[in-house]
Structures are given as C-alpha cells and as structure tokens.
Design a protein around this ligand. Structure first.
Ligand SMILES: Cc1cc2nc3c(=O)[nH]c(=O)nc-3n(C[C@H](O)[C@H](O)[C@H](O)COP(=O)(O)OP(=O)(O)OC[C@H]3O[C@@H](n4cnc5c(N)ncnc54)[C@H](O)[C@@H]3O)c2cc1C
Length: 317
C-alpha cells in the first residue's frame, strides 16, 4: 500500500488526538508514516503513534524545525515528499497546519485542500463550504495531494503497526529562518478540553441572558467532559470571552456532539458548527432556525432544561 505522511501535532512530547484521527484516516487509504517535527520524541510518543497505525515514524528532532515560525515544517515535509514520494500528505486543519499545507503545496507544485471533514477512495475530500450551505467533494489533480483535515472528522481507532523510527536531518533554507520564535508563553488552561479539538461542545447564546448564567453552560460542559462555546451575541455582550466564539468569525468546531442552548442558528453561527456529527438544540422558540439543523431539539427554557440535563448526566456516571 502506498505511503501517506501524517504531520504529528504534539505538545511537550505528547501526541494530540487529532494526529490519531489522521493516522486512522490514513490507514483507510494507505500505509501511514508519522512525521515528528522538533525535539521531545520519546518512548510514549512512539508507542502512541505505533498503536494508531504508524508503520514508520520520521523524526526530525532538531530544535531548528520548531524554533522558527511555520516555514521549517513545510521544508521538512517537502524534503520527505521528494525522498519518500508519498501518495498524500495529511495535516490537521489548525491555523498552523493550514499554513504548512499551503506552503508545502507551493514548494512541491501540488494541489491543496483545506478544512476537509472526510476523505475517501482516491483522496476525494469532503468539505462543507459557504457557511455550511454546500457540501463539496474535491480531489487534488496535480502533484501530491496535501490535505488539511479538521479535528474530530474521524473517530480515532487503534490498529498497532511497527512504528519504525527513521531519523531525518533537514537542511533549512535561510528564508525558513526568517522569523525566530523568541518566547513561548503557556496559555492558562482549565480542566476543559480545547474548543476546536473537543469531542463534545456545549455552547450558549443570547438566550443564556448574562455572564453569570454561563455557569449553567459550564456546568453541563463539565459533567460531559466538554468544551464551552458561545455565539457572537454572547461574546459581543461580554458574557463569555471572544476566544470561545463559534462561527464564521470565530472558531470552527466539528465535534461528535454539539449542544446549542439559547442560540437561534444564524448562518454565521452555523458556519462554525454545522459539521458536528450530532447537534442538539435547546431553544424556547419552536420556530428557531437551529431546529432545521438539529438532530434532536428541546423546546423550552434553557435555565430549567440545561441544569436538569446536567443532573441526569451526572446520575449516570
Ligand atoms: C459578518 C458577520 C459575522 C458573524 N460571525 C458570527 C460568528 O462567528 N458566530 C456567531 O455566533 N455569530 C456571528 N454573527 C452574528 C450572527 O448573525 C447572529 O447575530 C448571532 O449568531 C446570534 O447569536 P444568538 O443565536 O446567540 O442570538 P439570537 O439570534 O438573538 O438568538 C437567541 C436565541 O435564544 C433563544 N432564547 C432566548 N431565551 C431563551 C431561554 N431562556 N431558553 C431557551 N432559548 C432562549 C431565542 O429564542 C433565540 O432563538 C456574525 C454576523 C455577521 C454579520
């Protein structure tokens, strides 16, 4: 089977879930090889990548690969595309992943697809475009397909493989070293998962009513192990920080479950959550447009329903 390169996303040597998803996806189309960029590769990472199907792991352990902004990762992948001639390259459709994908496409004279939510036979990618109003199937017709896949597009499934390690040294160009990272500041993180990676997202909108009332949304999120999101109406009102806004001008999420409470379902909000696998809407207005999209709808006051739901979930734990 043909080799498929998967760029590993990791933090402090710990492999992120999206990489396991990409390996799972790659396995359905070929033989996955993980590409590790930067220092920190250890036994745990190796075991994890092998567990999810990496036949080979290319390790470019030089600090240079991660000490400069984005460009070195594209050069590393371009070098591997040249030497390994893979059938495709998969990266996570994060802000950085998409920039790596774009640069790699230019370097290898290939086509690129971003924000794929599925990938099938012949590397035909599914995308949801125009604010989620149109589903597109597209395929790269030139060079090596480079595909940026959104987190949560596939459920990761283990399938142990060899995980054979191969060291890679990459000769970076001067232009790849144009902007050096001089400091890294750890973002204060709560116990909740990162919004764009969470398997479950509970979002609140104008119907929540106030900043204080967002504790109801957080309460449900916490019993479900979910991330919290918000509509723009809620973030603009200052009820919840802007970094949690879901939608066209916020974050795009693709969780297994999205619960929208007190959100009407404006097209700009849909643009950020429409590809969720299951959508649950809680809204007091039975005519709210969100119900057109929802798999399950509850008509009623979220201030009663959301705490009841949280209680029920915690009873089952
Ligand atoms: C260029 C542009 C970009 C935009 N980008 C984004 C974006 O990224 N994300 C985004 O979300 N929006 C975005 N918007 C704004 C978007 O158009 C909507 O205004 C916004 O999504 C509305 O938020 P909402 O659904 O919370 O509020 P509303 O539309 O006011 O809906 C509130 C809903 O809550 C329900 N409700 C009220 N009280 C209760 C209750 N007690 N219990 C249950 N339900 C209740 C109501 O029935 C209603 O359906 C953008 C707009 C523009 C023009």
């Amino acid at each position: 089977m043909s080799e498929i390169l998967v760029l590993v996303e990791q933090v402090d040597g710990e492999v992120k879930k999206v990489t396991l998803e990409l390996l799972t996806l790659a396995r359905s189309l070929g033989t996955p090889s993980a590409v590790w960029a930067g220092p920190g590769f250890g036994a745990d990472a190796k075991a994890k990548l092998a567990e999810y199907g990496a036949e080979k792991i290319y390790v470019a352990g030089s600090a240079d690969v991660v000490d400069y902004v984005v460009a070195p990762k594209a050069e590393l992948l371009a070098q591997l595309v040249g030497s390994a001639t893979p059938a495709a390259v998969l990266v996570a459709a994060t802000a950085e992943g998409k920039e790596v994908a774009g640069r790699l496409a230019v370097k290898t004279d290939s086509g690129v697809i971003t924000d794929a939510v599925g990938l099938g036979e012949g590397f035909v990618a599914d995308q949801s475009i125009f604010g989620g109003g149109v589903n597109v199937h597209s395929r790269v017709t030139k060079g090596t397909p480079i595909i940026a896949v959104r987190p949560n597009s596939t459920a990761p499934a283990p399938a142990p493989a060899a995980g054979a390690e191969e060291e890679v040294s990459v000769a970076l160009s001067d232009s790849a070293k144009a902007s050096k990272i001089v400091e890294r500041v750890k973002q204060e993180k709560g116990a909740r998962p990162e919004l764009t990676e969470a398997a479950i997202v509970v979002s609140g909108g104008r119907g929540v009513g106030s900043a204080e009332n967002f504790s109801i949304i957080e309460g449900l999120a916490d019993v479900l192990g979910a991330a919290v999101g918000a509509s723009r109406a809620a973030t603009d009102a200052g009820w919840y920080p802007h970094q949690f806004q879901v939608g066209q001008t916020g974050k795009t999420v693709s969780p297994q479950l999205y619960i929208a409470a007190g959100i009407s379902g404006a097209i700009q909000h849909r643009a950020g959550m429409q590809t969720a696998k299951t959508i649950v809407a809680i809204n007091k207005d039975p005519e709210a447009p969100i119900f057109e999209l929802a798999d399950f709808g509850v008509v009623g006051d979220l201030h009663q329903i959301v705490p009841q739901l949280a209680d029920e979930v915690s009873k089952r734990k």
